[in-house]
Design a protein around this ligand. Structure first.
Ligand SMILES: Nc1ncnc2c1ncn2[C@@H]1O[C@H](COP(=O)(O)OP(=O)(O)O)[C@@H](O)[C@H]1O
Ligand SMILES: Nc1ccn([C@@H]2O[C@H](COP(=O)(O)OP(=O)(O)O)[C@@H](O)[C@H]2O)c(=O)n1
Ligand SMILES: [Mg+2]
Length: 244
């Protein structure tokens, strides 16, 4: 079974203390009252899967797509999805969708995104898990996640698997800033003040995740300068070489 059994999940610690402090203060941690609900839902999922297919579900091929804000993750993921048959799950889009739903959780997410900080991992991972479950795709791109060690550890704990590969779009800061200021999608975080904060968060919290996966031989670094089509040529070469 590619996902961890629920008993093991219930026994695991929520997050190690070093992991929780890795992202930021725990001020906005998931409300304690919400966790049992999440675990109950997970328990139901495991029960129903065991009944329908004997307990085993095929593990999808998972690619985490990382890079600084404006490095072109979303642009390249759209192309990969269309040419290589991947589902594209953008963590940022999933969080913005939750904001648009008008939920209480959405209000909290909005405040965090405006400040360029990272949303508590349990919230993001639970939303990604649900999106993966609904999608049920065999090949999945998870764009903009994990943003920090706490994200990474929470994914492993809640979804119970690791990515097959990690794509890292390497782009100079001045180019990222130029692209973000020209993005023009009306995003609350595409202003110079928030962009500076996002770049700091990227350096201090996201690069360590890239380093972690590099040490495990999973990272494919792509030079993200040049036109989107030029960059996609390198991406295409990489995906064509994978055993999917
Ligand atoms: N290679 C590129 N050259 C110039 N602009 C680009 C390139 N790739 C993407 N863009 C533009 O830069 C902005 C940020 O790209 P996006 O794909 O949203 O990046 P990310 O998801 O990493 O923030 C968008 O307006 C996009 O159209
Ligand atoms: N794993 C994630 C992804 C995004 N986010 C939040 O959502 C914002 C926008 O993320 P995004 O992936 O859409 O941003 P881009 O890098 O695509 O510009 C981030 O700056 C974070 O505030 C998060 O908290 N955790
Ligand atoms: Mg994006």
């Amino acid at each position: 079974m590619w996902r961890r059994r629920v008993g093991a999940l219930l026994r695991s610690p929520r997050t190690s203390s070093s992991a929780s402090s890795a992202c930021q203060s725990r001020r906005h941690h998931l409300l304690p009252s919400e966790e049992p609900l999440a675990l109950n839902r997970l328990a139901r999922l495991f029960t129903s899967q065991a009944g329908s297919d004997g307990g085993d579900t095929q593990k999808p091929f998972i690619a985490f797509v990382l890079g600084g804000p404006g490095s072109g993750k979303g642009t390249q993921c759209t192309k990969i999805a269309s040419d290589f048959g991947f589902a594209h799950l953008s963590a940022g889009d999933i969080l913005r969708h939750e904001i648009a739903s008008g939920s209480e959780k959405g209000e909290l997410i909005l405040e965090i995104i405006k400040e360029g900080r990272i949303v508590p991992s349990e919230i993001t991972v639970e939303l990604i898990r649900k999106a993966m479950e609904m999608n049920n795709a065999k090949r999945v791109l998870i764009d903009g996640f994990p943003r920090c060690e706490e994200n990474r550890i929470a994914f492993e704990r809640i979804v119970g698997t690791e990515p097959d590969i990690v794509i890292f779009f390497d782009c100079p800061e001045d180019e990222m800033v130029k692209r973000l200021l020209g993005r023009n999608q009306g995003r609350v975080d595409d202003n110079i003040e928030t962009i500076k904060k996002r770049l700091k968060v990227f350096e201090s919290l996201n690069i360590p995740v890239v380093d972690y996966y590099s040490s495990r031989g999973k990272v494919h670094k792509i030079n993200a300068t040049g036109t989107a089509d030029e960059i996609f040529e390198a991406v295409r070469r990489l995906f064509s070489s994978l055993r999917l």
